[in-house]
Design a protein around this ligand. Structure first.
Ligand SMILES: C[S@@+](CC[C@H](N)C(=O)[O-])C[C@H]1O[C@@H](n2cnc3c(N)ncnc32)[C@H](O)[C@@H]1O
Length: 276
């Protein structure tokens, strides 16, 4: 598989992820959580959302998995720092999970599916480890929906270029809008789709995050030789992103899409209620 994780693991990137919380980024999934459940968080990264999940499902457990050992270490340290005892973290790949069939009451994954080469294969594996009647909740950005002002040609080029980079790494910048369809195609039912805009990120943290992706990709893959961009245009694109964060009226909002589904035809458990 040629799948490559586009953001990488620089300290800037990890900090960018680590300000996320259950309330800021995963409120859509809260109605499906209940105390005592066994939950799996796939692609947990530094685990800040995982901690919020753990507080709600206690005395149940949350298992966070990530393919990157450094993220697992950081997430485990965060759990110790916050004195959260009902989490465990494992290095594992979504395509080959080290769990028995029908192991979890619910599965959650945030900001991972845009990086996957084969969401369908991943969902087969999630289906396998989810209990019959269990709930799955996915959330990803859709890069077709950035709202940015003030724009410049260099900024427009930077956004187009970032989408191209994600695709070169076998990801899908438009997966957000496809999540509910992917769940349906994988056999999940009772699918609920929703979307929202997020503009509470600090402007400089998002523009720096994106500028670093452009610069890192230029180095590793010698894109200049691919004729997509010149060294000058790479510099101009990353500069345009950084300048946006300095502009007094600078604005950057991202579209996020969510989909929740159930394994099988059984009723979905929402909080303490049961809904059809
Ligand atoms: C954008 S981060 C999201 C982290 C966290 N869920 C959040 O939203 O704050 C995506 C994470 O998924 C992990 N990841 C990427 N591909 C993966 C795969 N095939 N299997 C498991 N984890 C993967 C990355 O290492 C990264 O930590």
């Amino acid at each position: 598989m040629s799948e490559k994780y586009t953001p990488g693991y620089s300290s800037n990137t990890i900090n960018f992820m680590a300000y996320r919380t259950l309330d800021s980024h995963a409120g859509f999934f809260k109605p499906y959580l209940y105390p005592g459940m066994k939950l799996l968080d796939i692609g947990c990264g530094p685990g800040t959302i995982t901690m919020g999940l753990a507080k709600i499902v206690a005395p149940g457990t949350v298992t966070g998995i990530d393919k990157e050992a450094s993220q697992i270490r950081i997430a485990a340290e965060n759990a110790v720092t916050q004195d959260i005892k009902n989490t465990n973290f494992l290095e594992a790949n979504i395509y080959a999970l080290p769990f028995l069939d029908n192991s979890f009451d619910a599965i959650f994954s945030h900001a991972l599916f845009e990086h996957l080469q084969s969401p369908a294969l991943a969902l087969e594996e999630l289906w396998r480890v989810l209990k019959p009647g269990g709930t799955i909740g996915l959330r990803s950005p859709d890069w077709g929906g950035f709202l940015i002002t003030p724009t410049t040609p260099q900024l427009d080029q930077a956004i187009a270029y970032l989408k191209w980079i994600l695709q070169q790494n076998s990801g899908n910048p438009y997966v957000g809008r496809e999540l509910s369809g992917l769940l349906r195609q994988a056999g999940f039912t009772n699918i609920k789709a929703s979307a929202s805009y997020q503009c509470n990120e600090s402007l400089s943290s998002v523009t720096e995050y994106l500028a670093l992706i452009i610069e890192a990709f230029a180095k590793v893959d010698q894109v200049v030789q691919n004729n997509w961009a010149t060294e000058e245009s790479i510099t101009a694109m990353s500069r345009a992103l950084r300048q946006l964060s300095q502009h007094p009226d600078g604005w950057f909002a991202s579209a996020w899409c969510e989909a929740v589904g159930q394994k099988g035809q059984t009723e979905a458990k929402v909080g303490n209620e049961v809904v059809l």
